[in-house]
Design a protein around this ligand. Structure first.
Ligand SMILES: Cc1ncc(COP(=O)(O)O)c(C=O)c1O
Length: 479
């Protein structure tokens, strides 16, 4: 690159075929090497060395540089200073792993750089994206009226869903609209409500039962009280797998209540939605196919890299009514039925997201995704059995899907001491370097969480997890 930039024609940014091959193979080598070493990489890198971290703030060079020192710094200094999210021992937050096929799909999409915002500009590519949405809609047992959108993640999907619900159910009566979430609802829903113009004083937080599922009587009472007060209840969010404890709301019953009172029922399936791919798990997620909108994260449950979200809307016409827009400078869509992506979401220019799901799904086939998702749940059940059997451990909720939370509870110690021991357990296990777990605070108490959802996590990592939790828990017990 440096030679080209300092050559005769600075304005010529094209690389020759040989230079592209050389750059590409150098990048590919480093990526493959990185993946090959994930098993022996510390589960959490040094994210505290501020000086080394700030070294990533480089001045923009006037003359370009060769790629080798840039790759060295990236792969040797900066990438390792992070949580090792693609590693096999990553049980923190909600993992996914990041299938390599998606990186290749992005390479194709971004090298060919076609415009997929409007159907006439790249109709076959828009069809690829439409077929990905169809596959997801079929997995979720949504009706043929459903349409959807690939987004960057569930936060964006949720915001688009809420904006659609607001437009369809409230029109100009925005200030009268009331939304219902539970105490376990992910904070992205409150944020999306705010972004969609629903103020905090119009959001009701419904309590949950002993299993952290939305309390249906409390929901009904809250709706009736708002209705009696002249307000307009319009939206309720259920969660198919909460981020703290993996709880699944009674979606079928929430759907009944939503039908009765005319509410839009949104399901947050960011973490748990893709468990619906496995037929045996559909009873756990009963009612999910009745949602008016469903947010999903292929970057979690389909094991894809970050930046892959999806939204399904039961009646695709709603999505289109809110987002449809045209301009006479753009090629016109020959037919309302074709999948004109910009008519279903807020973006016009956007990456060709469809390929990053389509390529891995075509390469692996559905059966392997089903098998991998089913395995993650079995591994979580196994981890729970073993960890729950350790002394002085209290589990908050056994895994409904593939996530469970627990804390240290020495009967002769104060809750605050047990909180401290639980936090020490999280840090101590992660510091051993084989696995990483994270924590949460619920009802004023600290919990450690284990979420098994990386395709790279197999039985041996569960052995490491259980051994390291047992080891550190025994040590915290002695202090
Ligand atoms: C249950 C749940 N909902 C929503 C989100 C937000 O999704 P995203 O980070 O893709 O925007 C998350 C993220 O972890 C989640 O676990």
């Amino acid at each position: 690159m440096s030679e080209a930039a300092s050559g005769e024609d600075l304005a010529d940014l094209e690389l020759g075929a040989d230079a592209m091959r050389e750059l590409g193979s150098k990048v590919l080598e480093r990526c493959i090497d990185h993946v090959a070493r994930l098993g022996e990489t510390a589960s959490c890198g040094d994210v505290h060395d501020i000086e080394a971290i700030r070294s990533a703030r480089l001045a923009l060079p006037e003359i370009g540089m060769p790629i080798d020192p840039l790759l060295d710094r990236l792969f040797d200094e900066w990438i390792p200073r992070s949580f090792t999210t693609p590693g096999p021992g990553y049980f923190a937050y909600v993992p996914g792993g990041g299938l390599y096929a998606t990186a290749l799909a992005d390479l194709i999409a971004e090298t060919t750089n076609r415009f997929v915002g409007v159907w006439p500009a790249a109709p076959a590519l828009a069809e690829i994206e439409a077929s990905v949405i169809d596959w997801i809609a079929q997995w979720m047992q949504f009706p043929p009226t459903a349409r959807g959108l690939l987004t960057s993640g569930s936060s964006m999907s949720t915001w688009i869903a809420i904006t659609t619900a607001r437009e369809c159910r409230l029109g100009t009566r925005i200030r009268d609209g009331v939304a219902y979430v539970s105490s376990q609802t992910h904070h992205c829903v409150a944020k999306a409500l705010r972004l969609a113009g629903i103020a905090g004083d119009r959001v009701r937080v419904v309590p949950t039962d002993a299993s952290y599922r939305m309390d249906l009587d409390a929901l009904r009472r809250a709706i009736e009280s708002d209705r009696d007060g002249g307000l307009c209840p319009f939206f309720v969010a259920s969660t198919a797998g909460s981020v703290h404890f993996g709880a699944v709301d009674p979606m079928d019953e929430v759907a009944d209540i939503a039908d009765e009172y005319g509410l839009w029922h949104h399901v947050d399936g960011a973490y748990g939605g893709f468990f619906h791919v496995v037929p045996e798990f559909r009873t756990i997620l009963r009612g999910l196919p009745r949602a008016d909108s469903l947010a999903l994260d292929p970057h979690k449950g389909l094991f894809l890299p970050y930046g892959t979200g999806a939204l399904l809307v039961r009646d695709g016409a709603d999505l289109r009514r809110v987002h449809g827009a045209s301009a006479d400078y753009l090629p016109s869509n020959p037919d309302d039925e074709v999948y004109d992506i910009a008519s279903y979401g807020p973006e016009l220019s956007r990456p060709f997201r469809g390929l990053r799901i389509w390529l891995p799904m075509m390469l692996y086939g559905a059966a392997r995704f089903r098998a991998a998702i089913a395995e993650k749940r079995s591994l979580a059940v196994l981890a729970h059995e073993r960890i729950a059997a350790l002394p002085n451990i209290r589990v908050a909720l056994p895994p409904t899907l593939s996530l469970f939370a627990f804390r240290i509870e020495h009967p002769d110690r104060s809750p605050e001491d047990n909180d401290r021991s639980t936090r020490d357990l999280i840090d101590g296990v992660t510091a051993l370097g084989r696995v990483m777990i994270s924590g949460c605070r619920e009802s004023g108490r600290d919990f450690a969480r284990v979420c098994v959802l990386s395709f790279r996590s197999r039985k041996s990592q569960i052995e490491h997890l259980v051994a390291d939790v047992a080891d550190v828990a025994a040590r915290t017990g002695r202090t």
